[in-house]
Design a protein around this ligand. Structure first.
Ligand SMILES: [Fe+2]
Length: 327
């Protein structure tokens, strides 16, 4: 099956494996350190100061409005709205009530599609239960989809329970696979890859089934995967993982997660675009400095639309000017 997929779809580009204190594959020692850190997180969460710090972060949560310009062939997708939730880290200060409140706010935005960019949990599968009531708030018309992040793969590659919980609660998992969705009669390919550091991402599998020239959206927890996606006609890659640095001093984050500097916001290569979300939750400490949590709401916009709107605005200004003149 795998061999039947042409090599050319990835244009031979291979993203290098991230190596570093924070971004490399989790060794047994690092797993123990992370688990101990998570236990400290939970202890801090019991303290009033921990809860206060966490709530302070959650009050700063913003819904970031983004526009994705569409190529003329994809203009039928104009108006499609996607809510992108990444790095919830349920269980790391984030409790069931917090999640229900956040998901209710997402539901209020009335997205057509809800995508989860990985790290739904922090270190324990039971943390999935914290998502249960929140997920009931969401029923977008095109569905909900998720990819795993490194924290979802904390104890190894067997994420059967993680997957079946999400499927049971209406979230389809796109781990090296894709689906064709349709919006107003225009189809697009939505796909996802496994996590770069802890999993086995395979873009060829994720893209197999895509029709020639079909608009493509890729979910990848780690933003460095854009290196491969940009060479494979993927229009939009949505990633998280970095938390925008989580703590930034003088505009710079002391800790780096991306080899290519994909820390937060938009990145463009040719016609391919990457958006790296700062994510919703935190790890290690309930502290974010100059990196507030966010939920991007991506609206697809036919390329001519901004120009049309600008023209309409100019016309109305000109008409207003004419009225003023008449006065
Ligand atoms: Fe992550």
């Amino acid at each position: 099956m795998k061999d039947a997929i042409p090599e050319m779809v990835t244009a031979g580009r291979r993203v290098p494996m991230p190596v570093g204190l924070l971004t490399g594959r989790r060794t047994q020692l690092r797993r123990i350190v992370s688990w101990a850190t998570a236990a400290v997180n939970r202890a801090i969460d019991w303290l009033p100061i921990g809860r206060w710090l966490h709530m302070r972060i959650q009050r700063a949560l913003v819904f970031t409005p983004l526009e994705l310009p569409l190529a003329p062939r994809s203009s039928g997708l104009h108006g499609l709205r996607i809510a992108f939730l990444s790095d919830l880290h349920a269980g790391s200060f984030m409790n069931e009530r917090d999640l229900r409140r956040i998901f209710a706010r997402v539901a209020n935005e009335k997205p057509d599609l809800v995508l989860f960019g990985g790290d739904l949990i922090n270190t324990r599968e039971r943390e999935l239960l914290l998502l249960r009531s929140g997920l009931r708030e969401l029923s977008p018309p095109l569905g909900m989809f998720a990819v795993p992040g490194n924290h979802d793969l904390f104890w190894g590659s067997d994420i059967g329970l993680w997957r079946s919980f999400l499927v049971e609660h209406g979230v389809k998992v796109l781990c090296n696979e894709g689906v064709r969705l349709s919006w107003n009669g225009t189809t697009f390919w939505l796909c996802g890859v496994d996590d770069l550091t802890e999993g086995e991402p395979d873009l060829r599998l994720a893209l197999s089934g895509r029709a020639d020239g079909e608009p493509t959206i890729l979910l990848s927890h780690h933003p460095d995967y854009f290196f491969e996606a940009a060479a494979s006609d993927v229009d939009l890659t949505l990633s998280g993982h970095t938390h925008g640095g989580q703590i930034r001093v003088n505009g710079k984050a002391p800790l780096h997660h991306s080899k290519f500097g994909y820390e937060q916001g938009w990145f463009v290569e040719g016609d391919a675009r990457l958006y790296v979300s700062r994510g919703v939750g935190v790890t290690f400490l309930p502290i974010r400095i100059d990196a507030p949590p966010e939920i991007p709401i991506v609206t697809m916009v036919a390329k001519s639309e901004p120009a049309k709107r600008a023209h309409a605005a100019r016309m109305s200004m000109s008409l207003a000017g004419n009225c003023d003149d008449a006065d």
